[in-house]
Design a binder for this molecule. Structure first.
Ligand code: GLU
Length: 499
């Protein structure tokens, strides 16, 4: 056992993301290689967006992948609580300490003042409204805050100087402090921001190595300042490359399925997905005289894992390659019995069939009608005939736009339900002034790969948000897609429509 302690610290604000699994995996590999500990910390400081259901889905998704942590909200540990919303008093205390030591200040600037400055003053080179509050006597701030006046607490970043970020995977990066804003540490709702909470927790939880996504690199100088002001030793940092879409933009659900649940529903094996995520940033296993073996277990990788071998080059997520790797697992590592068990565990079981029966009962003449009509529920992918996607007298490009708005309308559903799906479709039909059947026809084909089948709204509700979105997106592409520019203007119009 070493004293290496690492963490994965997701924010439970949406569907469980493959990027979270990627970060968790590399932290687990490092912990394994070093004989250290991995902990799961839930960063739920955004009250408006964090949800316990997201946390539960995330935990289940990471467990499905076979990832394991030694400490966390679900398993306990000596450094809890592991949910930031349960540690508010700790952050308030630390923010107060920073005010006492002259490194932070109360700011009473209103959001209107800030917005006005952002809109114009910033461009015209005016200092932000909080600049004048930096040097006010802290006692005056304490009194106003104690009287209940709305406020935030900000870092007092020195006006000059530099901060050097060292990272195991890159050359040192120097930041001018002048470029760093007086980051909010405590928000007006009494919750900390990520920046304060991450530093306080990483320190109090004994984290030795922070292995996280590259998108946090620019925040690291702020964190290093906080470590310095608290008089704490900072952890070692390693910022992992971002997962990318094939066009090398940051992987996003508009281009690639990003939810772990999509991969589970589509019938990928957790071992293969983990293996693929490892390959995104780590070389294949060495083979004598060969090119290297891309198929390996994560525990064998844990045995040979070295942090500085992580490669920062291309981590383009390629669904076709993942399918190929998954196929190798099915062919090379499984036999009839294990495949049968995997199929049952996945979707061919009483529970999932029972959910389809109410949709099919009035639509069957023989039992043999059931499977072919429900096949789309079990398919990784469906391929509709383009003509089936286009209602009579409509143009492909117009249908693509309508389907795009269906995607947005479904995205906004909360909770995901049959009634919600129906309401979303009605909203789209009103918006475009298209009869409902012209909206549902392409949806049928997109979702089921065939023009007829069980009822649409119930089917979409059962298929789930991730699978439905991917199929609708694929159909939109099949119809020629819509340009980025068009999508932007559509989205604007759509946003005002749904306000
Ligand atoms: N809550 C942050 C996230 O969701 C964690 C960043 C970090 O690991 O420091 O990405």
């Amino acid at each position: 056992m070493s004293d290496v302690r690492v963490r994965v610290a997701p924010s439970p604000t949406g569907a469980p993301h493959v990027g979270t699994a990627f970060i968790a995996l590399f932290n687990q590999l490092f912990a394994h290689a070093q004989g250290g500990k991995l902990l799961l910390r839930i960063e739920d400081t955004d009250q408006a967006r964090s949800r316990i259901e997201h946390e539960q889905l995330l935990t289940t998704a990471l467990q499905w992948l076979g990832l394991k942590w030694d400490e966390g909200p679900d398993v306990g540990g000596d450094y809890g609580p592991y949910r930031q919303s349960e540690r508010l008093e700790i952050y308030a205390r630390h923010a107060a300490d920073l005010i006492d030591s002259g490194h932070a200040y109360h700011s009473f600037a209103t959001s209107e003042e800030l917005a006005a400055w952002r809109a114009e003053g910033q461009r015209d080179g005016h200092p932000p409204p909080y600049a004048l509050e930096r040097d006010v006597d802290p006692e005056a701030g304490r009194v106003r805050a104690a009287a209940g006046e709305p406020h935030v607490i900000r870092m007092k970043v020195p006006m000059q100087g530099q901060c050097e970020v060292t990272d195991v995977l890159r050359a040192p990066i120097t930041f001018d402090l002048e470029q760093i804003d007086d980051q909010v540490l405590m928000k007006s709702d009494g919750f900390p921001t990520y920046h304060l909470a991450v530093v306080v927790d990483d320190h109090l939880m004994g984290i030795t190595h922070v292995i996280r996504g590259e998108e946090w690199i620019n925040s690291t100088p702020k964190h290093l300042l906080l470590y310095e002001w608290f008089g704490w030793k900072p952890p070692i940092h390693a910022h992992l490359p971002l997962l990318l879409n094939p066009d090398r933009s940051k992987m996003s659900k508009r281009r690639n399925p990003t939810s772990i649940d999509f991969y589970r529903r589509a019938g990928f094996l957790p071992e293969a997905l983990l293996n693929y995520l490892a390959l995104m940033a780590y070389p294949p296993a060495p083979v004598d005289g060969g090119e290297g073996e891309e198929k390996f277990t994560t525990s064998s990788l844990g045995d040979r894992f070295e942090l500085d071998k992580i490669n920062l080059g291309g981590s383009v997520f390629d669904l076709e390659k993942l399918r190929w790797l998954n196929g190798r697992y099915l062919r090379e590592d499984m036999d009839g019995d294990t495949i049968l068990a995997a199929l049952k565990n996945w979707a061919i079981n009483d529970q999932s069939l029972a959910a389809m029966i109410p949709l099919m009962q009035s639509r069957m003449e023989t039992l043999g009608d059931f499977m072919p009509r429900c096949a789309f529920f079990f398919a990784s992918d469906v391929t509709p005939v383009t003509d089936d996607l286009i209602p009579a007298k409509r143009e492909a490009g117009d249908v693509a736009q309508v389907l795009q708005t269906v995607i947005w309308a479904l995205e906004a559903l909360d909770p995901w339900s049959v009634d919600g799906v129906e309401a979303a479709v009605r909203l789209v039909s009103d918006h475009w002034d298209w009869p409902v059947r012209d909206v549902t026809k392409p949806m049928y084909a997109a979702i089921m790969g065939q023009p007829v089948g069980p009822p649409l709204f119930e089917s979409i509700a059962l298929l789930g948000t991730d699978m439905s979105r991917v199929r609708l997106q694929k159909a939109t592409e099949q119809l020629g897609g819509i340009s980025k520019k068009k999508a932007r203007s559509l989205e604007k119009i759509w946003a005002t429509r749904t306000e």
